[in-house]
Design a binder for this molecule. Structure first.
Ligand SMILES: NC(=O)C1=CN([C@@H]2O[C@H](COP(=O)(O)OP(=O)(O)OC[C@H]3O[C@@H](n4cnc5c(N)ncnc54)[C@H](O)[C@@H]3O)[C@@H](O)[C@H]2O)C=CC1
Ligand SMILES: Nc1nc(=O)c2c([nH]1)NC[C@@H]1CN(c3ccc(C(=O)N[C@@H](CCC(=O)O)C(=O)O)cc3)CN21
Length: 307
């Protein structure tokens, strides 16, 4: 038996659709730099407004047509009809997308805004599995993998951390394959989430979502959006830093320490929130010295066959 290396920890990045032509140019450079680290996939965020949806689809097209990266499509159900969601999943399948991150999505700012037919992510997962079953032949070379969100810090709308765990278990029962965590700033929050989830019967992998943040304003905006309070020492260090490279180093140091602790505690890999900037993300990955990626293994064996 030849020796095959074990699967290394997963590595993935998150990008969002660029809002301007200039941002689109910059994102090309970012995607090249991310591709050089051979991630397993790059996830593309989604929001349901028609304009944002179009830009999400454009970015997925671009990744498929112009890079060797595998895109993972975020999909949110808030404000959407079951028909629209079904069409979108079919469209993803026809494009060759095989990974979906299924979420409810952020509630509309307007409390009277349209909430759609599906109030929780669970129903979206079930819809995706139904569409998948209807397309079994088209998916003959690879089914859909469904990721979901998990919360190391209680979700702002949730009555308790334990309720979040029950919701995660419900997502697993509905067909989720793995979870990616919301941002968090204390290593014990990830470890606590995994421990509580395992006790409750959640067996799917839970990947830590990491943020090499280099901008205190971004940290504050994200905190307002997610309800996760920023780490005060991190915020103060970013505030006091005088140069951009110093800020990058601070963010990378912080995220690397969270990532190392998570990996030591058994995390299956890392997911990096890039905010479309590659420097912090690639420095973080270099720092972690993850074992070599599968794409390298493929190139190596191709070289051997040719030898
Ligand atoms: N990478 C990304 O884009 C990430 C996005 N998010 C965002 O997180 C937000 C929530 O999405 P999901 O976690 O998918 O939503 P979800 O449907 O799992 O939960 C949303 C809220 O509803 C509650 N809930 C769920 N099921 C319930 C039930 N059966 N009965 C009562 N309450 C229930 C939950 O406790 C939570 O407070 C979205 O805004 C999503 O966009 C979160 C993490 C990462
Ligand atoms: N509640 C919640 N919703 C999310 O969408 C979300 C999370 N949490 N947690 C992790 C990531 C972070 N995400 C984000 C956060 C902010 C933007 C955002 O502000 N985008 C702006 C441009 C940002 C900028 O360039 O400054 C946009 O116009 O899309 C996008 C995705 C997606 N994810």
């Amino acid at each position: 038996m030849p020796h095959y290396p074990a699967t290394p920890p997963s590595l993935s990045y998150e990008v969002y659709p660029p809002a301007t032509p200039r941002a689109r140019e910059a994102l090309n450079t970012t995607l090249d730099a991310l591709a050089a680290t051979h991630p397993d996939f790059v996830s593309v965020t989604y929001s349901g407004t028609p304009e944002r949806r179009r830009t999400t689809l454009e970015l997925i097209h671009q990744i498929l047509d112009h890079t060797r990266l595998r895109p993972l499509a975020h999909l949110t159900c808030v404000g959407e009809s079951a028909d629209t969601l079904t069409d979108l999943v079919r469209h993803f399948i026809s494009l060759g997308v095989r990974g979906v991150l299924a979420m409810r999505g952020d509630l509309p700012a307007d409390p009277n805004g349209e909430r759609g037919e599906y109030p929780f992510a669970r129903y979206l997962i079930e819809l995706i599995r139904r569409v998948e079953a209807q397309n079994a032949v088209a998916l003959g070379a690879g089914r859909l993998s469904i990721g979901v969100a998990a919360y190391p810090v209680r979700h702002p709308e949730s009555p308790s951390f334990q309720h979040d765990i029950e919701v995660l278990l419900g997502k697993q029962r509905s067909g989720a394959d793995y979870a990616i965590t919301q941002v968090y700033f204390r290593p014990e929050e990830y470890t606590g989430l995994v421990a509580a989830a395992r006790t409750a019967g959640v067996s799917i992998p839970i990947v830590p979502g990491l943020l090499p943040v280099d901008d205190v304003r971004r940290l504050e905006r994200l905190s307002a959006m997610t309800g996760v309070a920023p780490d005060p020492l991190l915020a103060a260090a970013l505030e006091a830093a005088r140069t951009e490279s110093e800020r990058t180093r601070i963010g990378v140091d912080f995220a690397a320490s969270l990532a190392r602790r998570a990996l030591e505690d058994g995390a299956p890999g890392v997911h990096v929130y890039t905010f479309n900037k590659h420097r912090g993300a690639t420095e973080l990955v270099e720092r972690l010295e993850l074992p070599r990626r599968r794409a390298d293994a493929r190139l190596d064996s191709a070289a051997r066959v040719g030898a």
